[in-house]
Design a protein around this ligand. Structure first.
Ligand code: BG6
Length: 484
């Protein structure tokens, strides 16, 4: 560590955990391979287990072998990368161990800290960091979800964080913001003239957002059963997507401007309460079924006991502001659905008057696929070739932009690559501000309170289907079909 005095340090809490092995270490390796990490960046990995540098580097090497394509995993880069890593065992519940951590960071003026630990450890960890001098003005703290399970719990965490790190040094992670297509929502909306004049209630009839997953509980028994789909997916990822789709143009792409606009949307979400949960929300839970032709057990069987946790939720949301007056945002997410896909569908209104007689016209639809594959498709009406003896024939045809083709030269990155680099370089735009998180929780808490008051319990759906029938009825009542 000869050059460590002037170096950026990255402290990884929870370094032996699943997120670190699957995402963080591989992301850092990828950044290193592209020469994007500062030359003298030191990574101080920490967790409870009693490893030394060599033992942890072996764990890291195994993680890289699992996650990185063999052709990208070269001996030279791997050696350079592993050489950056040091390991400090730490019991975060006692303040004593933090001194050793402080000593491992001789220069505390440029420090990025990534907490990927159980939320119960947040407060003691923050206190420990502060006591070891690791919360000075040059320190940035990144926090990985779950950041509480309610507005009150989230406030308590935010207060604990704020006691040591001002908001400008706090980097709340929502990994969806690290995804290329999610950032492209800003590019697409504000770098083209074409859509923004139409991007409002006068021309858009409704918006749908689906985040569908084929996986089930995946052994995350304790965490997931205490959360459910509403808090696991809607509170964060889904509402961030809503904010990016619905926000006004920010003044600039700086953290304050972008987040100011997002929070206005989140505050404009119309509460769904006991009186409206029945018509505006459908919680569901998967029963036994088949996904991709393979039989899978029910959630209760995965869990080992009966549960009232929702593994699916569909919502009809409204944003009460000028731009979106009367435009429903239909949101749905769930486990054990037929496919893994995240899509945003913007349904434009029909033309005001048809000159084509009885020929049916389909209103324009914009389908933005976030994953898998990154794609933008615009369904437009066009004349079918022919001599039109019986009148003009029209058909909807897609204008398709596959980003993988358009940007064939670019490698698809892990979302955490972008977020870790932004953390290291102190760029805050893609991190969630406290007021956003709290507005998100306020909306989610009201729905949960409404469910409890109205006794609105999850309905079963067969694994491998698009959720309970009631989720279909939720949109069909408005004459809208989900875009499957
Ligand atoms: C996480 C949720 O935040 O996002 C998981 O806790 C979910 O339940 C995951 O599976 C989905 O992320 P991605 O990037 O695979 O869409």
């Amino acid at each position: 560590m000869a050059d460590s005095k002037a170096c950026t340090h990255l402290l990884l809490f929870g370094a032996t955990g699943d997120l670190s092995r699957r995402m963080l270490l591989p992301s850092l390796y990828n950044l290193d391979a592209e020469g994007l990490l500062p030359d003298c960046l030191r990574i101080i990995a920490t967790a409870r287990s009693a490893h030394d540098d060599a033992a942890f580097r072996k764990i890291a090497a195994e993680a890289l072998a699992q996650a990185i394509e063999p052709e990208r995993l070269t001996d030279a880069v791997q050696a350079r990368f592993l050489d950056r890593i040091h390991y400090v065992p730490l019991d975060a519940t006692t303040i004593a161990g933090f001194d050793a951590l402080g000593e491992a960071v001789p220069d505390k003026s440029n420090l990025a800290i990534f907490l990927s630990t159980a939320p119960a450890l947040f407060s003691p960890t923050i206190a420990g960091l502060a006591s070891a001098g690791l919360a000075g003005p040059g320190a940035r703290l990144a926090l990985e979800k779950p950041l509480g399970d309610s507005l009150a719990a989230s406030r308590a965490i935010n207060d604990a964080v704020a006691s040591a790190y001002p908001e400008a040094q706090t980097f709340r992670i929502d990994h969806y913001l690290g995804k290329e297509m999610v950032q492209n929502l800003i590019g697409f909306r504000f770098a083209n003239t074409l859509f923004e004049p139409l991007w409002n209630a006068a021309y858009i009839e409704h918006v749908q957002i689906t985040i569908a997953e084929t996986v089930g509980l995946e052994g995350r028994t304790d965490y997931y059963d205490g959360m459910g789909a509403l808090r696991d997916m809607v509170q964060n990822h889904m509402l961030q997507l809503v904010a990016l789709i619905a926000m006004e143009p920010p003044v600039e792409l700086d953290p304050a401007s972008v987040r100011d606009e997002k929070v206005k949307v989140l505050r404009s979400l119309r509460p769904i309460d006991a009186a409206s949960v029945a018509t505006h929300s459908v919680p569901g839970q998967y029963a036994a079924g088949a996904v991709a032709g393979k039989p899978v057990p029910a959630y209760a069987e995965d869990l080992g006991q009966a549960s009232s946790t929702e593994t699916f939720v569909a919502l009809k949301a409204h944003i009460d502001n000028w731009r979106w007056k009367g435009v429903p945002f239909y949101l749905r997410t769930g486990k054990r659905l037929p496919e893994r896909s995240s899509t945003i569908v913007v349904q434009f209104r029909a033309v005001p008057h048809s000159i084509f007689g009885a020929a049916p016209l389909q209103a324009n639809t914009l389908v933005i696929t976030l994953q898998p594959g990154e794609n933008i498709r615009l369904e437009m009406m066009a004349k079918s070739p022919g001599l039109d003896r019986d009148g003009l024939k029209l058909r909807a045809i897609p204008l398709d932009i596959g980003l993988a083709n358009a940007f064939a030269e670019s490698r698809r990155r892990i979302a955490y690559e972008r977020l870790l680099l932004d953390l290291i370089e102190a760029r805050q735009t893609l991190f969630v501000r406290r007021d956003e998180v709290e507005a998100q929780w306020a909306w989610i808490d009201a729905i949960r309170a409404g469910w409890a008051a109205a006794g609105h319990a999850p309905r079963h759906y067969a694994a491998g289907t698009w959720g309970p029938n009631a989720a279909i009825a939720l949109t069909e009542r408005d004459g809208v079909s989900w875009h499957d």
